[in-house]
Ligand binder design. Structure first.
Ligand code: ADP
Ligand code: MG
Length: 852
């Protein structure tokens, strides 16, 4: 990760991390202070080392008719009245100091009503040092051997940390020391030292065992007070004028380039020991006390924030110098906050400006409470409500702890006295709620100090003088010889003569020359070594930067992998869904197929039924036709039978008549004979008895000779004279009749032809003729001429009485069935003769009909 040329800011911005950020709840601890000497009733009972029970005081119970609930509250840990400062520190603050040393931020605050022991817990008293001096002590005990020289780390004014090389630092040190007034230690400083020495026993000293020895450290402290929602720098060097006390200048809150909040222009003092740090703290305390006294303020109404800032940077491979790379500087901080009393305004009996102050205090604590509530709601319900950090300076300053990452711990101080009961209850509720807020756990950011690694590497290579880089040995004999040869040769140094005063000076001169050359070579060597070293340092810092880059890339890769994993699960889910959908589609397809098949079979069945119906219908029609034919056949048969019988009867009657006539004639002859005497002629003249045989012969004879014919039994109505006489006929021809191409056509002269009978036509005529056509049983068309007389009715209308029927029928002589049906040709001729039309054309018709 490329930083902006500054050391890491204490409160890191919210890193854009995936949903799997590890979070820890705010650690809430409860400390019960012992009852004061004046207090009798204890309202708090410690049930276990994590639970307390609140008992309503007697007075309150009486007021509310004894219906007061006994409430229990649980915390991460409850510290009873006998808990010492050391125990509390070990449990609550030590892990935060450990984190601070490992580049992680921490926030520790005490909360409770005034007099509940917040200041006692945070600062402590003589012999009973609180969390703050103990934290300082532990920090310096741990990092002292690895501290950087003063001014190597230098805070800029924008919440960043710059790094200077040793020369710059030395110059600055000298400059600052020259500016300081050369006064001996003041009694107050001595007192402060004494106080600190009183606070913590030497045997209680604490130390972290896991300090990174590849790093160089520097501690900066700042101390601010938030009063009336204004921030004041308690380490500001501006002299306080006791005669004309001036309200101190408040400091604004700013956001640095990494969106971390800081107090702009706040003094940050670099301290090198616990004593020095504590001295600075006391200085701030003193200033606070003076301001409170002079400005008539109540210290319990201000929040105080003591910040321990630890800057650390990796050492170079030699372990002598800090890597001059600002990107490698890590800054972590631990804020120790002593909040104002959480009691309500009414309880403080504040008036005027004090009321406003109390209101502000309570307002800031209210804001803290609201922020916790909103945070908890957002985290528990997944909502994204805006947390009102900006509503007060306290919450705004610590925004990054809740928004970003860090470890947050709160010690709820309670006084078990009866007076505080109701306030304590409110404090407990807030504390319980705060426990449900979660803060992102700070991640490890290892610093890439290379000294130890480099040493280990050299040791592995068997370098005997590892760690002493300036003592070089030349192990190559050839190189050594070459070096010696390059020096000027030594003159002969044999002293043979005691008075020889030249050999020795010459030797001295040669040796001096050699010495000078050696010095020059050493210098050159040192220069080269220095340049190589700086190159190495540069290289090392580059490697460090690369390491950091690799680290950040690895974390990014982890995030990406998580994302890929999420997407894979999503894809799997979608695949499963698509499979189930496909299965459903399959089932639906099958169902559709089944229905289609059903539909097809039903259609087939419908078709076959329709065909059957058609067949039945045509069968019925055929049957009907056949029945009609049979009926017509039977009718014709019976009609001809009737005619035959009538004819026979007529013949019989005629015969009988003839016999009677004969008898009468014989009687008449007898009578006449008796009268005239001759009777022989009478026998000769006696007519023949009409027989069928004789009729036949007579018929044949008639054509041969026109002898008088015996009378044919013809009904009077059949006579020609009747049909062709002077009567006027109505010839009714229905329009449905067919024109037949027959030889014989009935022609009625003197007739009015109509297609349907009407009264007008009937009134003019006496006779009526209907031409009726019908199908005979043999399939031929038969025309029937139905004749009748027209009468005038009594009402003035006309009525027709049918008197006669003539039939006209055509036959195919080759058709055997008809012959069978109609019998012999003779009978046909008979029939034809009998069924003559009323009028027939003379000429070709008669010979055809009457020829044998
Ligand atoms: P606060 O800061 O909450 O107003 P202080 O810390 O000033 O309260 O405590 C008020 C008094 O109670 C002080 O005199 C302090 O010594 C005493 N006190 C508080 N807590 C304890 C404790 N745990 N043990 C002994 N004395 C205590
Ligand atoms: Mg206090």
């Amino acid at each position: 990760m490329q930083r902006m040329g500054k050391g890491r800011t204490p409160r890191r911005p919210v890193p854009k991390r995936g949903p799997h950020v590890e979070k820890d709840p705010v650690g809430v601890y409860c400390r019960i202070r012992p009852l004061g000497a004046d207090d009798q009733e204890c309202c708090i009972e410690m049930i276990s080392n994590s639970t307390i029970q609140l008992h309503a005081p007697d007075g309150l119970k009486a007021n509310r008719n004894g219906e007061y609930k006994e409430m229990q509250y649980s915390f991460k840990h409850v510290f009873g009245v006998n808990t010492g400062q050391m125990e509390l520190f070990q449990e609550v603050a030590k892990p935060l100091v450990e984190d601070l040393i490992h580049c992680k931020n921490g926030l520790l605050f005490t909360y409770g009503v005034t007099g509940s022991g917040k200041t006692y817990t945070m600062t402590g008293s003589a012999g009973e040092g609180g969390l703050l001096p103990r934290a300082l002590d532990m920090l310096f005990n741990s990092i002292s051997p690895f501290q950087a020289k003063r001014y190597v780390f230098k805070p800029d004014d924008k919440n960043g940390m710059e790094i200077q090389d040793s020369v710059e630092a030395l110059l600055e040190r000298q400059r600052r020391e020259s500016q300081l007034p050369a006064v001996p230690k003041t009694p107050s400083r001595q007192r402060a030292d004494l106080e600190f020495a009183d606070m913590i026993n030497a045997e209680e000293a604490c130390k972290s065992d896991s300090v990174d020895e590849d790093c160089c450290y520097s501690v900066f402290v700042s101390y601010i007070e938030i009063y009336n929602n204004y921030i004041y720098d308690l380490l500001d060097d501006a002299p306080f004028d006791p005669i004309r006390p001036k309200a101190p200048q408040s400091k604004p809150l700013r956001e640095d380039q990494n969106h971390n909040m800081y107090v702009a222009g706040c003094t940050e003092v670099e301290v090198k020991s616990t004593e020095e740090a504590f001295e600075v703290f006391w200085k701030g305390q003193k200033k606070r006390r003076i301001a409170n006294t002079q400005l008539n303020r109540e210290s319990s109404r201000s929040h105080s924030v003591f910040t321990l800032k630890l800057a650390q940077a990796p050492l170079d491979a030699d372990g002598d110098h800090i890597l001059q790379d600002k990107n490698q500087v890590n800054v972590s901080q631990l804020c120790l906050v002593d909040l104002a009393g959480s009691e309500r305004t009414s309880r403080t009996r504040a008036e005027g400006s004090r009321l406003r102050e109390a209101g502000n205090i309570n307002q800031s604590l209210m804001t803290l409470r609201t922020c916790m509530e909103v945070l908890r709601e957002n985290q528990m319900c997944g909502t994204n409500k805006m947390v009102p950090y900006r509503d007060s300076k306290v919450t705004h300053l610590f925004k990054n702890y809740f928004d970003g990452e860090g470890k947050v711990r709160m010690i709820v101080c309670v006084n078990p006295k009866a007076d505080d009961y109701e306030e304590t209850m409110l404090v407990m509720r807030f504390a319980e709620m705060t426990q449900e807020v979660e803060v992102a756990r700070p991640v490890d950011r290892p610093i890439c100090g290379r000294r130890q690694r480099h040493q280990a590497f050299r040791e592995e290579r068997g370098g005997a003088n590892a760690g002493t880089p300036l003592h070089y040995t030349v192990s190559d004999p050839a190189l050594l010889t070459q070096l010696l040869e390059s020096l000027p040769p030594l003159p002969p140094c044999n002293l043979l003569d005691p008075s020889d005063d030249q050999t020795l000076p010459r030797l001295i001169e040669a040796l001096q020359k050699r010495h000078r050359i050696r010095q020059m070579m050493t210098e050159q060597f040192n220069q080269t070594a220095a340049s190589i070293r700086s190159m190495m340092e540069q290289f090392s810092s580059q490697v460090g930067a690369k390491d950091t880059l690799i680290h950040s890339q690895q974390s990014r890769m982890g995030e990406k992998e998580k994302l890929i994993l999420n997407q894979k699960t999503e894809i799997e889910r979608l695949e499963k869904k698509s499979k189930t959908l496909e299965y459903k589609i399959d089932i639906l397809q099958k169902t559709t197929d089944m229905y289609e098949q059903d539909k097809r079979s039903l259609e087939q069945e419908l078709d076959s039924r329709e065909q059957r119906l058609q067949k039945e219908l045509s069968e019925r029609r055929r049957m009907e036709q056949r029945m009609q034919g049979v009926v017509a056949d039977t009718k014709i048969k019976w009609e001809s039978e009737c005619v035959r019988r009538v004819n026979a009867k007529q013949l019989e009657m005629q015969n009988k008549l003839w016999v009677k006539d004969e008898k009468l004639k014989q009687l008449k002859a007898i009578v006449t004979e008796s009268n005239s005497g001759g009777a022989s002629d009478a026998v000769q003249e006696r007519p023949l008895r009409p027989t069928r045989e004789r009729d036949h012969n007579a018929g044949y004879k008639r054509s041969a000779s026109p002898s008088p014919m015996p009378p044919i039994p013809v009904r009077p109505s059949h006579r020609r004279s009747h049909s062709c006489g002077g009567d006027k006929w109505v010839d009714h021809r229905p329009s449905s009749n067919l024109e037949l191409d027959t030889v014989m056509q009935p022609i009625v002269p003197n007739a009015i032809t109509v297609s349907s009978p009407n009264e007008k036509a009937l009134s003019k005529c006496h006779k009526y003729l209907l031409r009726h056509q019908e199908l005979a049983s043999d399939g031929e068309i038969e025309t029937r001429l139905i004749k009748g007389d027209v009468f005038k009715t009594r009402g003035g209308g006309q009525a027709v009485q049918f008197t006669d029927i003539e039939s006209l029928r055509q036959e195919d002589p080759n058709a055997p069935s008809r012959k069978r049906r109609s019998g012999s040709a003779e009978s046909l001729q008979m029939e034809d003769r009998e069924n003559r039309p009323p009028v027939t054309n003379s000429g070709p018709v008669h010979p055809k009909r009457w020829k044998p």
